[in-house]
Design a protein around this ligand. Structure first.
Ligand code: NDP
Length: 234
């Protein structure tokens, strides 16, 4: 059965791998992008998730082309790393605005049609850092930890409507985001990962697709680590 799937930030990195996984399985996949040329093979809608009006427009476009969104993957996210002492209020609020409030916006808009359909799958892409904490990433970690409380509250609120909310917490994945880390940071990180390597984006995508599949019909409010063992026990 071909479902209407939306992946925010599906134009590159983990989001693109997730979009490909759903498309390969025969779903109708829409992705958001902000600038440049989006990848081919998807319905690409221009949308900055910090802007409610753009989110509304994107959903309208998707609904017209693919029907109401049945599977939402809230993947778009940013980092603005800085030690607390040097972290400006803007560094903090902009990360929360994208990662948390942006997620709220896309989930809230998807919920309307999911309630009507009496079914829906929502997967939020958090991070192992939200559970472990990370020096220099207080803004990012706070936003990613908050996604867990958000998802679990909605799992309780909307479970009886057959809508599941799950969180995937990736460890370090080989994307633009991690390529920005210094060599010293990368060596330190890898020393802590039992599997001793970064994840490939496809390894995150496989878990996301599982959570949206029939095989995961009784899983909600879960936080699934895909982190090579980095966050074990958290
Ligand atoms: P990238 O930096 O490669 O890509 C980020 C994506 O988010 C891009 O598609 C970007 O769009 C989109 N995005 C950012 N801000 C906005 C916005 N305001 N509106 C719409 N889209 C936006 O990141 P990754 O692929 O590495 O990360 C994807 C998700 O996974 C993020 O939530 C990240 O926090 C999380 N994650 C990543 C890990 C890693 O090691 N890479 C580890 C754990 C979690 P655009 O191209 O327009 O900038």
């Amino acid at each position: 059965m071909s479902r209407s799937v939306l992946v925010t930030g599906g134009n590159r990195g983990i989001g693109l791998a997730i979009a490909r996984a759903f498309a390969d399985a025969g779903d109708k996949v829409a992705i958001t992008y902000r600038s440049g040329e989006p990848p081919e093979g998807f319905l690409a809608v221009k949308c900055d998730i910090t802007d409610t009006e753009q989110v509304e427009q994107a959903y309208k476009e998707i609904e017209e082309a693919h029907g109401p969104v049945e599977v939402l993957i809230a993947n778009a996210g940013i980092t603005k790393d800085q030690l607390l002492m040097r972290m400006s209020e803007e560094d903090f609020t902009s990360v929360v605005e994208t990662n948390l409030t942006g997620t709220f916006r896309v989930v809230k808009r998807a919920n309307r049609a999911m309630l009507r359909a009496k079914k829906g799958r929502v997967v939020l892409i958090s991070s192992v850092v939200g559970l472990l904490g990370s020096a220099g990433q207080a803004n990012y970690a706070a936003s990613k930890a908050a996604m867990v409380g958000f998802a679990r509250s909605l799992a309780r609120e909307l479970g009886s409507r057959n809508i599941t909310f799950n969180v995937v917490a990736p460890g370090f994945v080989d994307t633009d985001m991690t390529r920005e880390l210094s060599e010293e940071q990368q060596t330190k990180i890898l020393a802590q990962v039992p599997l001793a390597r970064y994840a490939r984006p496809e390894e995150i995508a496989a878990t996301v697709r599982f959570l949206a599949s029939d095989d995961a019909s009784y899983i909600t409010g879960a936080v699934i680590p895909v982190d090579g063992g980095l966050g074990m026990g958290h």
